[in-house]
Design a protein around this ligand. Structure first.
Ligand SMILES: Nc1ncnc2c1ncn2[C@@H]1O[C@H](COP(=O)(O)OP(=O)(O)O)[C@@H](O)[C@H]1O
Ligand SMILES: [Mg+2]
Length: 335
C-alpha cells in the first residue's frame, strides 16, 4: 500500500482559538517503505497519525488536504466506508497502547474478539489459531496467549498490542512511539520486530518517534516535523550525512554517541517548541534558530527539493540568504 498526503491541514478548534497542529504538509510513502516521522513532543506527529485512520480526537478537524491510500482519498470517505480500511488495510499501534489491554480479560479473548469483529465469518477456533501464529511471529510463546495482561511484562504487553494491530492482516502499519516506557534492551527488540515485519511480511511502516537515533536503526527514510510543519525529509543515509535544516542539525547533534568524548557535553536545541495556538510568524523555527535573519521572521520558507529526494524548508538551505556560520557547519558536514 502506498500513502500520499497532500497539503494536509489539521486544527483543533477550541473556544480559546485554533491550535494549528498540522499546517499544509505533504509526503509520500511507497509500498514497502519504512519511514520515520520525527520531531519533539507537541509538533503534530500523533495528529497526523490519527488523521490517517480518521480517528482524530475532538475537537481535531481536517481543514484541508488529501490522504490518498492507493489513490483512494480517505478524507472524503464516510465513516461506514472508512471501516473497510481501518485495521484491515491500515492499522496502528497507539502511543502508550501498552496499557490499553483490559487487565482482567484473557489476552486470547481480546485478540480473537478483535479478529472476529472485522471478519464475522471466521470461527473462534480459526481466530485463535491465527492469533497463536501472530504470537509466534512477534517472538512470544503462543501458550502465553492464555494469560491475563497483568501477567505480562511491559515488553510482552507491547508485543501483544502489535499482535492486535496485525490481527486483520493490514499492509500499512503506523507505530506511534511504540517503545516509550520500555527499557533500552526491550526497545531494541521491538524495533527489530518492526524491521522484521517490513522485511519479511512486506508491511509498509510509518514509525513515529521523538528519537532520531531510533529511526536511524529502523527506517530507510525520515520526515522531520517541527511545530506542525515538515522541515526536512529524505533518506536516512542522506539526512544523517548532510542535515540541511538547522532543526535537523540540532536533533542529530543531540544524539549521544560513543565517538563523542565523554567530557564533551551533548548539544541540545535551546528553548522549546512554540504554542500552536499562536505559532511564530515566518519560519516557525526562527525563534530558536541561531542563524535566523529578517526574512526568517517574516516569510514562511517553502519546502523545496534541494537534492534528489531530499526536501528542505529553510531560507538558508535554499540559498535565499547567506550565513557564514551556517555555511561553515554545512562545509564541515560535507568533509
Ligand atoms: N485533543 C486535543 N485538543 C486540543 N489540542 C490538541 C489535542 N491533541 C493534541 N493537541 C495539540 O496539537 C499539537 C500537536 O500534538 P500531537 O499531535 O499530540 O504532537 P506529538 O505527537 O508530536 O507530540 C499540540 O500543540 C497539542 O497541544
Ligand atoms: Mg504523540
Amino acid at each position: 500500500m502506498s500513502l500520499r498526503v497532500e497539503d494536509l491541514k489539521i486544527y483543533y478548534c477550541m473556544k480559546r482559538g485554533e491550535c494549528k497542529a498540522v499546517e499544509d504538509i505533504s509526503f509520500n510513502i511507497e509500498k514497502g517503505d519504512s519511514v520515520g516521522l520525527v520531531g519533539e513532543s507537541g509538533c503534530g506527529k500523533s495528529t497526523v497519525a490519527f488523521s490517517i485512520l480518521r480517528m482524530l480526537p475532538f475537537p481535531g478537524e481536517i481543514m484541508d488536504g488529501k490522504i490518498l491510500l492507493d489513490n483512494e482519498d480517505l478524507v472524503t470517505l464516510s465513516e461506514e466506508q472508512m471501516r473497510r480500511y481501518r485495521w484491515t488495510k491500515i492499522s496502528m499501534v497507539f502511543q502508550g497502547a501498552m496499557n490499553a489491554l483490559n487487565p482482567i480479560i484473557r489476552v486470547k479473548d481480546q485478540i480473537t474478539e478483535a479478529i472476529r469483529t472485522h471478519n464475522p465469518s471466521i470461527s473462534k477456533s480459526e481466530a485463535l489459531k491465527s492469533a497463536r501464529e501472530l504470537f509466534k511471529l512477534v517472538g512470544m510463546d503462543p501458550n502465553r496467549i492464555n494469560n491475563y495482561p497483568f501477567e505480562f511484562s511491559g515488553g510482552m504487553k507491547q508485543r501483544a498490542m502489535i499482535v492486535m494491530a496485525l490481527a486483520c492482516n493490514p499492509k500499512f502499519l503506523i507505530a506511534d512511539e511504540p517503545t516509550t516506557a520500555l527499557d533500552v534492551t526491550v526497545q531494541a527488540q521491538i524495533m527489530e520486530l518492526l524491521k522484521k515485519l517490513v522485511n519479511d511480511l512486506g508491511i509498509t511502516l510509518m514509525l513515529i518517534t521523538h528519537d532520531l537515533s531510533v529511526v536511524a536503526e529502523t527506517c530507510k527514510k525520515v520526515i522531520i516535523m517541527y511545530a506542525g510543519k515538515i522541515v526536512e525529509s529524505g533518506s536516512v543515509k542522506e539526512i544523517f550525512a548532510q542535515p540541511l535544516h538547522p532543526y535537523s542539525q540540532g536533533l542529530i547533534a543531540s544524539i549521544p554517541s560513543i565517538e563523542k568524548s565523554s567530557n564533551q557535553s551533548l548539544a541540545s536545541i535551546p528553548g522549546s517548541p512554540p504554542n500552536l495556538l499562536k505559532p511564530p510568524t515566518g519560519c516557525r523555527f526562527h525563534p530558536r534558530c541561531e542563524y535566523s535573519q529578517e526574512v526568517c521572521r517574516t516569510e514562511d520558507p517553502q519546502i523545496e527539493e534541494l537534492k534528489k529526494d531530499h526536501f528542505v524548508a529553510c531560507h538558508l538551505s535554499s540559498g535565499r540568504i547567506a550565513s557564514e556560520k551556517y555555511n561553515q557547519v554545512i562545509q564541515k558536514v560535507k568533509l
